[in-house]
Design a protein. Structure first.
Ligand SMILES: C[S@@+](CC[C@H](N)C(=O)[O-])C[C@H]1O[C@@H](n2cnc3c(N)ncnc32)[C@H](O)[C@@H]1O
Length: 314
């Protein structure tokens, strides 16, 4: 096992869910994520951190139909064809299949890349908060080769990310922020409580389907960190549910995130690539024709917002 993965596995063994930064959602569902050493090997079982694996057949039938159903959305992004080629290559290298989430990460990078080109921005530091398996971060690194990536997440999930970053780029220099996080590293893994150790300005921060499962303290902690590391060129892309009720009864509301009036907003509204998904099961929520549910096409549990913003500095 690579030393960075060893370090992260040791952190998991001591404190898999830092109490202050773990919501009731992750206290409940985090247990289903398994990160263990078994007979000297690393044993991982993921739950609720995004879907990047599935059958090849589903990727080329069900999810191909899904991508077709979203064609008017993806074709609006000029960078999409090139990013989809990159995503397919990365999926092949990581033995992932072409799931909804992989397509979603591609659309996200396409949207951001169009914006960077239009605004003549050249991001050199990117922070992905809550990147699940790390596919989006790895895809961004394939596109922006000489940037530094900060992967900010709870310890167990960082192990999944470290494995995928190592496989995506075996030459990459990986580091853990709290264990000597090296200024020359390409990918730095950061625990929630250590974000203020990051000295770089963050050119682009991204949070997808993740603040919606955090407690209010954690959300304001990240906003405060991003405001402290924000420059005139910085961007924050936030894609989260309009509202989500967590098992402990807390409600995470997009509109109640600590936005400020002097934040400069570039994109804001319902997220066009987060309306429906195709699955083998036809769930109760979904479109109907003449009162009959269309098989395999399902709505998400709630609407999702997206906002691209320059956070005003603190
Ligand atoms: C539903 S998954 C979303 C994964 C990915 N962004 C996607 O859209 O497919 C939620 C992510 O938030 C992470 N997360 C939960 N609590 C967190 C915290 N306090 N700080 C950072 N990430 C957290 C989880 O570990 C996971 O990576």
């Amino acid at each position: 096992m690579n030393t960075v993965i060893e370090t992260l596995v040791d952190i998991v063994a001591k404190d898999p869910y830092p109490a202050e930064f773990t919501s009731s959602y992750w206290r409940e569902y985090g247990k289903s994520n398994v990160v263990e050493r078994r007979n000297g090997d690393l044993y991982l079982e993921d739950y609720g951190i995004g879907t990047v694996r599935g059958s090849w057949l589903a990727g080329h039938t069900l999810h191909a139909a899904e991508r077709f159903s979203y064609r008017s959305v993806s074709s609006a992004y000029r960078s999409y064809p090139a990013m989809w080629n990159l995503a397919r290559e990365l999926a092949r290298d990581l033995r992932c299949s072409l799931t909804f989430d992989i397509w979603k990460y591609t659309v996200i990078l396409s949207l951001l890349n169009d914006h960077w080109i239009d605004h003549k921005l050249f991001p050199r530091t990117v922070a992905v908060i809550g990147d699940g398996h790390g596919f989006l971060g790895a895809l961004i690194r394939r596109h922006l080769k000489s940037m530094r990536l900060y992967c900010i997440d709870i310890p167990k999930t960082l192990v999944f990310q470290a494995r995928n970053h190592e496989a995506a780029d075996p030459q990459a220099r990986l580091a853990v922020m709290s264990h000597g996080g090296d200024d020359s590293a390409d990918v730095v893994f950061v625990l929630p409580q250590d974000v203020l150790q990051i000295r770089d300005t963050i050119d682009c921060a991204i949070n997808i389907a993740s603040m919606q499962e955090m407690n209010a303290l954690t959300i304001s902690h990240y906003f405060s960190f991003l405001r402290q590391r924000s420059s005139r060129q910085s961007r924050f892309y936030c894609v989260n549910r309009v509202e989500k009720t967590l098992p402990g009864g807390e409600v995470a509301r997009f509109s109640e995130f600590p936005w400020r009036k002097d934040d400069e907003i570039f994109i804001d509204g319902l997220c066009p690539y987060y309306t429906h998904f195709f699955a083998k099961q036809t769930l109760p929520r979904g479109p109907k024709i003449l009162g009959v549910r269309i098989p395999f096409v399902n709505y998400f549990d709630g609407d999702t917002m997206h906002r691209l913003v320059r956070l005003a500095s603190e």
